[in-house]
Write a new protein. Structure first.
Length: 136
């Protein structure tokens, strides 16, 4: 290890993106990389669920993805690792069902798509480096 390497470069925080929209995915990945974060993009739900318990950072979920299993997501959120990891979700503001399903699964950071992308550059590093608050 190089003695001049900063700690965050030794174990970079990772932003895992679950989105079926190539434009949104590219925008999120480019923004995260510009902030010095590692990134992974996943489009398959089972691969996503196998990957997320092992990441160090945050997860971004596009609620428009047709493969989301809210029951499985809820189970992950309510286990110990799910209480530590930051999960950010977004959908078009008119997609009321996705917002309700995401919140019922235990997601607390659910944004309209426009609000998510307007705050992405400012917030992505915080989302990846600040742990999710534990439930009381």
């Amino acid at each position: 290890m190089n003695p001049e390497t900063r700690p965050e470069e030794q174990n970079p925080k990772t932003v895992v993106v679950f989105s079926d929209d190539l434009m949104d995915n590219s925008r999120i990945v480019a923004t995260a990389k510009a902030k010095g974060l590692a990134t992974m993009s996943v489009r398959n739900w089972s691969k996503f669920m196998n990957l997320i318990p092992h990441i160090n950072g945050c997860i971004v979920i596009d609620l428009e993805h047709p493969e989301i299993d809210y029951d499985q997501l809820s189970e992950f959120i309510h286990n110990s690792k799910g209480n530590e990891i930051r999960i950010i979700a977004f959908a078009p503001h008119v997609n009321i069902n996705s917002f309700q399903s995401a919140r019922a699964a235990g997601l607390s950071e659910v944004f309209p798509r426009s609000a998510f992308f307007s705050s992405l550059e400012e917030q992505i590093k915080n989302w990846a480096t600040q742990p999710r608050f534990s439930k009381s």
